[in-house]
Design a protein around this ligand. Structure first.
Ligand code: PBG
Length: 327
């Protein structure tokens, strides 16, 4: 008798039923967060040319898209505003205007789709005439001056009814400062989703097209976003944000940083999100539209990979569509 192995892993792969019995990870719509872009004004929604299928939505369609996400089982959206150029300033003061686009959109969303969680972005870049996440002086992003602005922006979003404020700016100490101001103003239940390990990535390109927020004016995002070469530093960033009061932390971008996601989840065992960013979306779209990959299968495989690597929540431009695919 030839020697054949006694252990045959293939037995459990032989049928769909057997595979389903031993599957370790499953994706559900509840794993997803849908990022949506919004802009003021009348007229049609504008498709973002480097993100086919994603639009700068007018308020009425924002509400429709948000409702569609909710109906598909997606529990949360993340809101990103496209601010008109004439409203952008060096000091980004429109970021904490209670009548600004984001507070108006949040109020409408909470009224129309009350069960949907609304996550607002805390960072100055959509409002900055220099496209920077912070206050710039002489080509330098000033940490503590930026925090003074960010806490006002976060408080403004909380007043409007945001469920989560999500600082994506990478200033040191901003989570603690935001938590303090929210608590002082009675917003004890407003949660913080911290972009903790946010890398200085080329994969944000299409997002900056979407918001017309490419950095100008010298200062380099590498002076605040993380070096793609580092992972120990990601653990430090996450630890600080948790100590400062983050309810949930995030790793961003997604697929090139699965190791970081895994380490963060293994180490802290705390609610962890990952962001499949605009450049990742653009690659799937481009290859899918050319017929080079099976878009749906590849996207679902990538999303499953995030879950397997430890993500509790996945920000993905595919959220609503993928929720439909999973039906
Ligand atoms: C900026 C911000 C960026 C993204 C989310 N918030 C871009 C940047 O840091 O330059 C990128 C998201 C994406 O690429 O999908 N506060």
């Amino acid at each position: 008798m030839a020697q054949y192995p006694a252990l045959r892993p293939r037995r459990l792969r032989a049928s769909a039923a057997a595979r389903s019995m031993v599957r370790e990870t499953t994706l559900t719509p509840a794993d997803f967060i849908q990022p949506l872009f919004v802009q003021d004004g009348e007229g049609p929604d504008e498709e973002i040319h480097s993100m086919p299928g994603q639009f700068r939505l007018r308020l009425p369609t924002l509400l429709e898209r948000a409702n569609a996400a909710y109906e598909a089982g997606v529990p949360a959206i993340a809101l990103f505003p496209k601010i008109a150029d004439e409203l952008k300033t060096v000091g980004a003061e429109r970021a904490w205007d209670d009548e600004g686009l984001v507070p108006r959109a949040v109020r409408a969303l909470k009224e129309q789709v009350p069960g949907l969680m609304v996550i607002t972005d805390v960072a100055l870049d959509p409002y900055s005439s220099l496209g920077q996440d912070g206050i710039v002086r002489d080509g330098v992003i000033l940490n503590d001056e930026t925090i003074e602005a960010l806490v006002q922006q976060a408080a403004c979003q909380a007043r409007a009814g945001a469920d989560f404020v999500a600082p994506s700016d990478m200033m040191d100490g901003r989570v603690g400062a935001i938590r303090g101001v929210l608590d002082d103003q009675g917003h004890h239940d407003t949660m913080i989703l911290a972009y903790s390990a946010k890398y200085a990535s080329a994969f944000y390109g299409p997002f900056r097209d979407a918001l017309d927020s490419a950095p100008r004016g010298g200062a380099d995002k590498k002076t605040y976003q993380m070096d793609p070469a580092n992972t120990n530093e990601a653990l430090l960033e996450v630890e600080l944000d948790l100590l400062e009061g983050a309810d949930m932390v995030m790793v961003k971008p997604g697929m090139p940083y699965l190791d970081v996601l895994w380490r963060v989840k293994e180490h802290f065992q705390r609610p962890t999100a990952v962001y499949q960013v605009s450049g990742e979306y653009a690659m799937f779209k481009a290859a899918g539209r050319n017929g080079w990959i099976d878009e749906k299968a590849c996207v679902l495989e990538a999303l499953l990979g995030f879950k397997r690597a430890g993500a509790d929540s996945i920000l993905t431009y595919y959220a609503t569509e993928a929720a439909g695919w999973l039906r």
